[in-house]
Write a protein that binds this ligand. Structure first.
Ligand code: KG4
Length: 342
């Protein structure tokens, strides 16, 4: 009798400790412990993140197995985020995965975090609609640390055709929120305020970078300098105009992202277009995807909210595909912090 393929996925690249279980491609559980400790610092503090991962990893994995109704001895392999990410955070998940795999005598599967975000579109749960993109498709990958346009030829064949040359889209949004005193992470707050503001109230300088690459540092600086001048004239400027500021800035980021994506889709003749990563939770970006779908006859794929930010379900599904290729990794494989796409 054919044995079920059961994969435990582990994610610990930044400030979310997450574990998920997938049986034969179907998600059984996905448990995430987020770290509130960073809020008061206005950003992720790497040292605190790794300590919190140490505290969370055992209970999170136990919960994921319990909710899935799966015993450790039933696992076929352990998939884990090997990079990119914060080294101290990654080491917790990587070391845990190695220890567990060694004790159970099962293979390990290393997963590139960015590849995981893209393959989040293939997460399938019992009783829910499952309409994944077909190959090839384009994926706009936008998070706190990355902004890329990826051409996805197959599960195991992806090319980065454009990426940011400086800041990521999420970083640019978080920085704007920070100077407006909106706390961290600012993305969800900017999103909420933008819904009540006028997106055409203010203009900020937009980048002109050749090809499909992005740049957000100029936009961020333009926002900062404009705001400084306005606040000089009216100390309550931010409080009185925060909705319009959020809406206009969000629009500048979304327009920049969508323009390059449209060029890439046109040049490559691809009409299947997906979005992934934390910033894909943004309402303005989601609306833009629907608009472009109508205007350019795109078939668009937008992930469920739970799979936009860091989660282990995307690591487990990537592990499931790699398991079928027998694409395992050796015990000595080290974590990597830099951005690469294998
Ligand atoms: O993929 P992700 O969870 O992990 C990192 O790359 O760390 O992305 C986090 C980013 C943050 O910059 C956050 O502000 C942004 O995603 N984000 C949003 C929204 N929700 C999260 N940005 C805009 N609108 C949102 N609703």
């Amino acid at each position: 009798m054919k044995k079920d393929i059961i994969i435990l996925g582990i994610e610990s690249s930044c400030d979310d400790t997450s574990a998920a279980v997938i049986r034969d491609g179907l998600l059984l559980s996905n448990v995430t412990a987020s770290q509130a400790v960073h809020e008061s610092y206005g950003g992720v503090v790497p040292e605190l993140a790794s300590r919190a991962h140490q505290q969370n990893i055992v209970p999170v994995v136990d919960q994921a197995l319990k909710r899935a109704g799966v015993g450790r001895e039933e696992l076929s392999a352990i998939a884990f985020t090997r990079g990119p990410g914060l080294m101290g955070s990654l080491l917790v998940g990587v070391s845990f995965a190695k220890g567990l795999a060694a004790s159970l005598g099962i293979p390990m599967i290393d997963v590139n975090h960015l590849q995981g975000h893209v393959l989040a579109h293939f997460i399938r749960t019992e009783g829910e609609d499952y309409c994944p993109p077909t190959f090839p498709f384009l994926c706009l990958l936008v998070s706190g640390g990355n902004s890329q346009i990826v051409k996805v030829n197959a599960y195991n064949d992806m090319e980065i055709i454009g990426q940011t040359i400086d800041d990521a889209a999420g970083e640019a949004i978080d920085k704007a929120a920070k100077v407006m005193g909106l706390g961290y992470p600012g993305g969800p707050v900017i999103d909420r305020l933008a819904r009540q503001g006028n997106p055409d109230a203010y203009q900020f300088s937009k980048p002109h970078i050749p090809g499909y690459n992005y740049s957000f540092s100029g936009l961020k600086t333009s926002f900062l300098y404009n705001l400084r001048d306005w606040v000089k004239d009216d100390p309550d400027f931010i409080e009185h105009h925060k909705e319009d500021l959020a809406a206009s800035y969000e629009k500048a980021v979304v327009d920049t992202l969508m323009n390059k994506l449209r060029l890439a889709a046109r040049d490559l003749g691809i009409r299947q277009v997906a979005v992934a990563g934390g910033v894909s939770a943004n309402t303005g970006l989601r609306n833009a995807f629907h608009e472009y779908a109508k205007r350019y006859r795109w078939q668009v794929y937008i992930p469920k909210f739970g799979y936009t930010t860091d989660n282990a379900a995307m690591i487990a599904i990537t592990g499931y595909f790699k398991f079928q290729d027998r694409d395992f990794c050796p015990m000595e494989a080290p974590a990597y912090s830099r951005v690469t796409m294998k």
